[in-house]
Design a protein around this ligand. Structure first.
Ligand code: THU
Length: 131
């Protein structure tokens, strides 16, 4: 678990957040065990900004991954941050309710929660399956 937390911490240092000045890093592990990182990328047209988790998922998909098996998110502290609602749904596309999400600060891991805790009764890909 150390590797994914460390990568998320490194990603936080690369955040492009000149507007909020709130730097976030994230990392996700794919089904091969490889980890992929991302940081938030803001834009002068504010709604075009990208969250760190979304950037990490994009890196995983671009590398050929299709599942998110573990996730770490790092905020600047002191309060621990959780993925926003949109990112919870983005994670749900590639992960099950039991996905472990490590909530971290610059000093390391604070607590681990599951995606099911953060996004109960989620709308998920299987809902679109037809008999
Ligand atoms: N942000 C993330 O990257 N991930 C989160 O989980 C919460 C918020 C970013 C979006 C924006 O660039 C900044 O943090 C302030 O909201």
């Amino acid at each position: 678990m150390d590797d994914i937390v460390r990568l998320a911490q490194k990603m936080m240092t690369r955040a492009y957040a000149p507007y909020s000045k709130f730097h976030v890093g994230a990392a996700v592990r794919d089904e091969s065990g490889a980890i992929h990182g991302g940081c938030n990328i803001e834009n002068v047209a504010y709604p075009q900004g990208l969250c760190a988790e979304a950037a990490a998922i994009a890196a995983l998909i671009g590398a050929g991954g299709r599942r998110v098996l573990e996730c770490a998110v790092v905020g600047p502290g002191p309060e621990v941050i959780t993925p926003c609602g949109g990112c919870r749904q983005k994670l749900r596309e590639f992960a099950a309710d039991d996905l472990k999400i490590h909530l971290c600060g610059p000093d390391g891991l604070h607590r681990t929660v599951t995606l099911g805790q953060l996004l109960p009764m989620s709308f998920a890909p299987h809902h679109l399956e037809r008999p």
